[in-house]
Write a protein that binds this ligand. Structure first.
Ligand code: 1CP
Length: 354
């Protein structure tokens, strides 16, 4: 066997990659969105040492350690690179900082002229520590663990760039999209290009699959979701498929509702991340014949634990584990989650025999 074919047969044996390639497994692979983070005491301890959140993301020693923490503790089938979606605007030249308790902050783009402040020229230099983190992780992870790279989808990242942080109504993003669609298109196009560069570089540094997080896809009327979320996702998937064929892509269009079916038909992803509200019977019948599904336990069930958690897990397994499936949450794990509940959930999933 050549070195390359040995490597690819090892990779093919990883449960996560098998599921993403369309196989139905006896018990599904599992990882959790935001599996590294504040619910783990070992994360909180390391976070205190770092100068700030971006320092954590850009220091490979820290980022590798934080990525590995949930793998050591729980043995998830996949490790997701520890970083944040907002490193892309930062690498494009926007000011990004994280305030304790207040979440991410950016110096918001006020008008289309501000787009001139952004440039892809320094992207890979700023993001070099992230690539170093991936290279180290691909050496240090257990052989059965899949390394996932990620980026925010153009719209979700744009929303932070335009609002200057989190938002409840996305008024600034909608003002641009509805009032000056040509300017919004320029921003989205820039993000499609930068994010494509970033994902391809992550793959070259060791990411074996990539996920595109469109956490705020669910705020648009249909025509706008198609333009600002679906079309950019399709362009990104096409770019990854053209340049690094064979690397699976997961798209998470949170809140897309019935338009999940259009994603399954058109966006070209190998898997779709389902949010918590997607009905399981409909997903099995309308989506799973077309793509691998990932999801969609309510993160608050993991906080609650007990019977409610067991029933929630059981229901998802009953509906979705009979086809290509990756167990996950329907959105990121929340800081108040007791780690013991994660362990209980994992034991239940691993005992499942479809
Ligand atoms: O320690 C801290 O106080 C920082 C908290 C934190 C963490 C742990 C932030 C700030 N980002 C992260 C890591 C992170 N963010 C990961 C790491 C890998 C893992 O999953 O373990 C990932 C994949 C993300 C992705 C991310 N960041 C998204 C998409 C997924 C989602 O949850 O919707 C979004 C929207 C962000 C922005 C962001 N960064 C941080 C926070 C608190 C937020 C959300 C702010 C908001 O709700 O608007």
């Amino acid at each position: 066997m050549t070195q390359a074919s040995k490597k690819s047969s090892q990779q093919a044996a990883k449960k996560m990659l098998r599921a993403l390639n369309g196989e139905t497994l006896e018990s599904p692979p599992v990882w959790l969105m935001r599996q590294a983070g504040r619910y783990l005491p070992e994360y909180r301890e390391l976070r205190r040492k770092a100068a700030g959140f971006l320092d954590l993301c850009y220091t490979p020693d820290y980022a590798v350690e934080v990525t590995l923490q949930p793998i050591r503790r729980f043995g998830f089938d996949a490790a997701i690179l520890f970083s944040d979606i907002l490193v892309v605007p930062h690498a494009l030249g926007q000011k990004v900082w994280f305030e304790e308790g207040a979440g991410p902050r950016l110096d918001a783009l006020q008008e289309p002229g501000d787009l001139a402040r952004l440039s892809r020229a320094g992207l890979h230099d700023t993001l070099a520590p992230v690539y170093e983190t991936l290279r180290r992780l691909s050496r240090e992870l257990p052989p059965e663990t899949t390394l996932i790279g990620f980026a925010g989808a153009p719209w979700t990242v744009a929303s932070y760039m335009l609002e200057g942080g989190s938002s409840k109504d996305f008024a600034a993003g909608k003002r641009w999209a509805y009032g000056d669609p040509a300017a919004m298109q320029r921003l989205i196009d820039l993000l499609v290009d930068a994010t494509g560069d970033y994902l391809v570089a992550q793959i070259d540094a060791g990411a074996e699959a990539v996920q595109i997080f469109d956490s705020w896809a669910g705020v648009w009327p249909e025509a706008h979701l198609r333009r600002w979320c679906l079309a950019p996702a399709k362009a990104l998937v096409a770019r990854v498929k053209a340049e690094r064929p064979g690397v699976p892509v997961i798209v998470f269009p949170r809140g897309a509702g019935l338009l999940y079916e259009v994603y399954a038909d058109e966006c070209g992803a190998d898997a779709l991340g389902l949010d918590t509200t997607v009905p399981l019977g409909w997903a099995r019948q309308a989506l799973q014949p077309k793509v691998c599904l990932q999801g969609n336990l309510d993160p608050l069930l993991l906080v609650a634990g007990g019977t409610s958690l067991r029933e929630g897990v059981e229901e998802i397994l009953r509906f979705l584990a009979g086809g290509p499936f990756v167990f996950n949450l329907g959105h990121g794990i929340v800081p108040q989650t007791p780690p013991e509940h994660v362990a209980e959930m994992l034991a239940q999933i691993r005992a499942w025999r479809g």
